[in-house]
Design a protein. Structure first.
Length: 505
């Protein structure tokens, strides 16, 4: 009888110039069943790499004849397949970012926690253990955590033949190979979560959970408990242990949508969780080491938020190792025919229609002249309405229901027939009853917003909670806008403040 084949143990190369640390790493990995080779400098490590293949290379950043980045560059230039892990000095965020941008799968900081060390190595080799099952409570929180993968592969749903979308798909495929944090930036409705799902599904974590969290949808007092979980008795109402988003995403990917909405206090706690690869549930005394990849997204300019003091600079650098910019629809109008065809086919399948509605050339041309401030989400909503209201499979201009006419739709007015009136800075003649354009748009919008806040507060006699609800804001958003615009409530410091708050602050 032929004996069963035994898979060869993964071969690892450990590079460190300190003998004690080299021995510590070697012993920790030998116990996990790995085959280990060691080197104490760049040249010795490169000689071993030329003589044999390894599954992963673990290297210190500082070496006697160079640094770990040089070894990474040589591996990249030679097209070697080894996963690389870099060990950096504690608190050296710059080195960690450099290592990840140079192609490292992940990094560790000294002093190295051996549990974390073994977990990161296992992740690099695809030996991630199955994560604990998420509780029903976590899965149902405000619809913020989405654990099920979409029925269609997310990378395929990044449709479009334009050059910019080709670059997005190429970058997604590239960054999926590492643990480097990814910041997805784009306007609302461009498909940032779709890009995050694509990174997850192309990576080795595809079989593990993808947890999407809308950071702006969680009340500030609940943020820590929702992110890190809590222990029974930690606070009033904590009748049982419950996992947080980090535990639910263990082994997989945690997608933090609208990361710019997090308050500064929570940003500090999130930074520690990312740095230490561990979280401490509310009411617990010990930390839990977790293997979670972080992908974040925002429509805000985080660099401007950092300069304004509303976003931590150190957290920004941790999250923005690799940035994926998702272009707005107006920059990729060449993709409009394919996008419409794809979306209509999906809507028809979901609605059980026998035939897929088709846009006429004039309808497609009309869509191409629309600005789409809501981007792909607006296009999908528009096509959903068209499918619901159209009686047949042919969609014409009138079926689109777009409000008003585009500038290009309006007939040209000869200069001689133009009405007399004010001449603007561009030389165009406009009606005399139109107000002049603001010289500073941002200052003008701030003034409009300030007026609305003052009116709402006056209407509700200084009660911020009621005023915020009246104009569709949360109390936290109301406070932020009041602080930014210098608006004071009539009840500040008096009995007219918010209910349940001391002094209304």
């Amino acid at each position: 009888m032929t004996p069963p084949l035994v898979a060869a143990a993964p071969r690892l190369l450990v590079v460190d110039d300190e003998p004690d640390l080299r021995t510590l790493y070697e012993l920790a990995l030998l116990r996990e069943g790995y085959d280990i080779e060691t080197a104490d400098c760049v040249e010795e490590a490169w000689a071993l790499l030329q003589a044999a293949r390894f599954d992963a290379v673990i290297t210190d950043m500082r070496l006697p004849d160079g640094n770990g980045l040089e070894l990474l560059r040589r591996l990249e230039q030679a097209g070697r397949p080894e996963k690389t892990l870099v060990i950096t000095a504690y608190g050296s965020a710059e080195n960690a970012v450099l290592a990840l941008k140079a192609g490292a799968f992940d990094y560790l900081t000294k002093p190295v926690d051996l549990r974390q060390f073994r977990s990161v190595v296992a992740s690099a080799l695809g030996r991630v253990p199955a994560p604990p099952r998420a509780t029903a409570a976590v899965m149902g929180i405000m619809g913020a955590a989405v654990l099920a993968a979409p029925p269609v592969a997310a990378l395929q749903r990044l449709s479009g033949g334009s050059a910019v979308m080709g670059q997005v798909r190429e970058l997604v495929t590239k960054v999926a190979r590492s643990m480097a944090p990814v910041l997805v930036h784009g306007e609302s409705g461009t498909g940032k979560e779709l890009v995050a799902r694509a990174v997850h599904q192309v990576s080795h974590r595809a079989a593990q959970p993808f947890v999407a969290v809308n950071c702006g949808a969680i009340p500030e007092p609940l943020l820590e408990a929702e992110f890190f979980g809590y222990r029974k008795g930690a606070f009033t109402g904590a009748s049982e242990d419950r996992e947080g988003f980090f535990q639910a995403a263990s082994g997989g990917t945690l997608f933090l949508d609208e990361i710019g909405e997090l308050p500064l206090a929570m940003q500090s706690k999130l930074l520690r969780a990312i740095q230490e690869r561990a979280v401490r549930p509310v009411g617990a005394t010990a930390e839990q080491v977790l293997d979670v990849r972080i992908i974040s997204a925002t429509h805000r300019d985080l660099e401007a938020e950092v300069r304004a003091g509303r976003f931590r600079q150190d957290l920004y650098y941790r999250l923005n190792v690799i940035q994926v910019r998702v272009p707005p629809l107006r920059e990729r109008l060449d993709d409009l025919p394919l996008l419409c065809e794809t979306v209509l086919a999906r809507i028809a399948a979901e609605s059980g229609l026998a035939t897929v509605p088709r846009l006429t050339p004039s309808a497609l041309a009309r869509l191409a002249r629309h600005d789409f401030p809501g981007n792909v989400r607006e296009l999908e909503n528009l096509l959903h309405r068209v499918v619901a209201l159209s009686g047949g499979g042919r969609v014409d201009v009138d079926d689109l229901g777009l409000p008003g006419a585009c500038v290009s739709d309006a007939p040209a007015v000869p200069p001689a027939a133009a009405p007399a009136g004010r001449t603007g800075p561009t030389g165009l003649v406009g009606p005399t009853d139109e107000p002049p354009l603001p010289a500073d748009l941002m200052a003008h919008l701030d003034e409009v917003e300030r007026e609305v806040l003052v009116r709402a507060l006056a209407l509700h006699r200084g009660n911020r909670t009621a005023a915020a609800a009246a104009i569709g804001l949360t109390l936290r958003q109301m406070r932020y806008r009041m602080s930014r615009l210098g608006v004071q409530a009539a009840g500040d410091g008096s009995e007219g403040g918010d209910e349940g708050e001391e002094g209304g602050a």
